[in-house]
Design a protein around this ligand. Sequence first.
Ligand code: PLP
Length: 287
Amino acid sequence: MTRTVYVNGDYLPETEAKVSIFDRAFLMGDGVYEVTSVLGGKLIDFAGHAKRLQRSLDELDMPAPCTMDELLEIHRELVKINEIDEGMVYLQVTRGAPDDRDFVFPDPETVKPTLVLFTQSKPGLADSPAAKKGIKVISIEDVRWGRRDIKTVQLLYPSMGKMMAKKAGADDAWMVEDGFVTEGTSNNAYFIKGNKIVTRALSNDILHGITRAAVLRFAREAQMEVEERNFTIEEAQQADEAFITSASTFVMPVVEIDGVSLGGGTPGPRAARLREIYLDESRKAAI
Ligand code: PLP
């Protein structure tokens, strides 16, 4: 089925959607994005994604293409037109397309931002077989830029990281800087020891995951202890359980880190329970 996508005010078949070759995101990586998951045809934590998008735009001095209410309507319309039950909505805002390539930002009065959205249908997203099996991660050096809190489309290193993991026979990579884990290539990283969840604290070093915020809130409500601090790969390898979170994987158990098995190589009860709580609560609050 040909998808209907959204480009700068128009709903179009994906084959007819076009963006200029001078678009700043194409030439400079000058764009930000969000991925919102869809369960039961409804958006999960749209408010969180809209808030983070606004923050990314503000940090880069990039004008918003429309109001967040209008963005919500576009999300809903695309979900409806494309009959998405489970999947994602991808949104990208760029600094627009000036007449020529130039490092200097174009005048926002004359060059308007580019806004693109499309859906990705993923039947079975919530009931993922990977969540029952758990995933294997390797560690790689974190060589990304210093503003990882801004969700930019500069995803070459995370993409290379996923390829390094694939070549090593693993599913994903955790990035390490100055000896401490920052985050996964496209997710936040955690381990569990006893009743305590440990994950890196928020700063410019990591993306402030929308799923992270929700999961830590649910964990505290479920009387689990949460410690936000630096941790090493070795410490995570000695944990009872580990997991990652992101909008598209929810809570995903990690069963191997750099070849060392955790919990006998199968997902532990706490990560599985957190996934259950996250999915239940998110479905209830979906819009
Ligand atoms: N960290 C990075 C580097 C990411 O790319 C992502 C998601 O794309 C996350 C964390 C998780 O963020 P969220 O839970 O908002 O999807």
